[in-house]
Design a binder for this molecule. Structure first.
Ligand code: ADP
Ligand code: ZN
Length: 435
């Protein structure tokens, strides 16, 4: 039986949800226009007044806002409430440049906790569960978000933060953790460490994992599920919009339900800004309709994604977003061909390699080069050079079939690639250094 945290909202008929969104959007646009000069200027520039926004059908009239605006308005330029009403600040991880900050009132934190409570419940969590949170705590939203949701559900919460992997496993065993929350790359590392300690999934009580904050493939999901003996659920979010829990996965594991009572999602053509119909891939754009302190309208996430309103077997009516393929800025253009790290990860795991790899991109004599360093599992090691070369060749061929270009593949010794405790760094692009 599927469990819901807030059945009324999660399974709300579409017409009712639209009505709720319409009301909230109209009020939010007014709030933003009146309280944020930066927005007022943007809207005036586009010739849009709050009265022009009568329902979600008018959403497309609003200007977009991007990370560049957030950097320009840093730190207080987009604040819509007096600082006296704000209780918390978080900051992005700075994966793609200067960090931006976001502000929260207590009401904003409550909404965020509610979203994470829905995610934990969808992953089977109840007040009987022990939730181990191995996302970083601090300015990063991962730890705080799941911590709040876990408290709300009434789970016994272990705020471990990331790192100290041996201790993670000791506590996991001693305290009988049943749900693990961390990045998928850290979950893979925990699984590997468990194995190295001579333990199996039977030695722990974990049943589910809630993993997100970075792109990961279906192949990676299966590999983590096997190594920890769990069902692995995806969770999506971003600091600018609140944090983890903007969208969460249900038992169907085929995309994440967006918490539409708080966030309206659109998919746009990243080049033209035109709104795309359901089912087309484009850039994900969010409008937060309930946040008080830092409410962004039509925020361009740069995440490439697709939305689906197909009926879900879990009973939720909330729109679903597919696993983001990565950000538009994760995409590498190699000799004119678009390449995503996720494609490389898919090939590696399919071919029986570990998800430990590092991609190095460079430009030599005006030609792009791509080198993929792949760690071998101990059983793939061979003392014959010939065998190793044959393995490298066969992997390079599989890569070529997937990517359409010919990368250089280097098999490296087990444990030689640095493990990630947070968001994994998979690509070093040296071309950026030369430009
Ligand atoms: P930064 O943008 O500096 O990494 P955040 O920590 O706020 O800051 O990260 C948000 C970003 O993380 C999202 O825009 C998205 O690119 C990525 N992300 C979050 N959750 C997922 C997920 N489940 N799958 C893929 N990417 C994700
Ligand atoms: Zn569902």
């Amino acid at each position: 039986m599927e469990k819901y945290w807030n059945q009324e909202i999660e399974c709300m008929p579409r017409e009712d949800m639209k009505k709720l969104q319409d009301e909230r959007l109209v009020a939010q646009v007014k709030h933003v226009y009146e309280n944020v000069k930066y927005y007022r200027d943007l809207m005036d520039e586009k010739g849009v007044k709050p009265e022009d926004i009568k329902s979600t059908d008018d959403l497309h009239k609003l200007p977009f806002i991007s990370k560049a605006d957030l950097r320009e308005a840093y730190p207080y330029g987009l604040l819509a409430k007096p600082l006296g009403d704000c209780v918390r600040i978080h900051s992005t991880s700075g994966t793609t440049g200067k960090r931006v900050v976001a502000f929260y009132t207590q009401h904003d934190i409550d909404i965020w906790d509610e979203c994470c409570a829905r995610a934990i419940t969808a992953a089977g969590g109840t007040n009987e569960d022990v939730v181990q949170i191995a996302y970083g705590f601090g300015l990063f939203t991962g730890g705080a978000g799941l911590n709040g949701g876990s408290h709300k559900v009434g789970c016994l919460t272990l705020p471990m933060s990331s790192g100290n992997t041996d201790r993670q496993i000791t506590f996991m065993r001693d305290l009988g953790a049943t749900i693990l929350c961390c990045t998928p790359s850290y979950a893979a590392y925990i699984g590997e460490t468990l194995h190295d300690m001579g333990l199996t999934p039977d030695d722990i009580k974990l049943k589910a994992g809630i993993f997100g904050a970075e792109p990961w493939t279906e192949e990676m999901r299966r590999s983590i599920e096997n190594s920890l003996g769990i069902k692995a659920y995806d969770i999506y979010g971003l600091t600018e919009i609140s944090g983890p829990g903007v969208a969460f996965e249900c038992s169907e594991q085929s995309g994440m339900h967006i918490n539409e009572d708080n966030f309206i999602a659109e998919i746009i053509n990243p080049e033209t800004g035109e709104v795309l119909p359901e089912g087309e891939v484009g850039e994900l754009v969010f409008t937060s309709i309930t946040k008080e302190a830092f409410p962004l309208l039509r925020y361009r996430t740069r995440d490439l994604c697709v939305l689906s309103r197909k009926k879900c077997s879990c009973g939720r009516t909330l729109v679903k977003m597919a696993k983001p393929m990565g950000r538009s800025d994760d995409m590498m253009i190699i000799r004119g061909v678009n390449v995503f790290p996720s494609q490389i990860e898919t090939v590696l795991i399919e071919q029986g390699y570990s998800p430990n790899y590092l991609i190095e991109v460079d430009r030599v004599n005006n030609t792009d080069t791509i080198d993929i360093n792949v760690e071998m599992n101990p059983d793939q090691l061979s003392d014959k050079v010939k065998d190793m070369q044959a393995q490298e060749r066969s992997l390079a061929e599989a890569m070529k079939a997937m990517l359409g270009i010919n990368p250089k593949v280097h098999l490296v010794t087990p444990k030689s690639i640095t493990r990630s405790e947070g968001k994994a760094v998979r690509v070093i692009d040296r071309r950026k250094l030369h430009d």
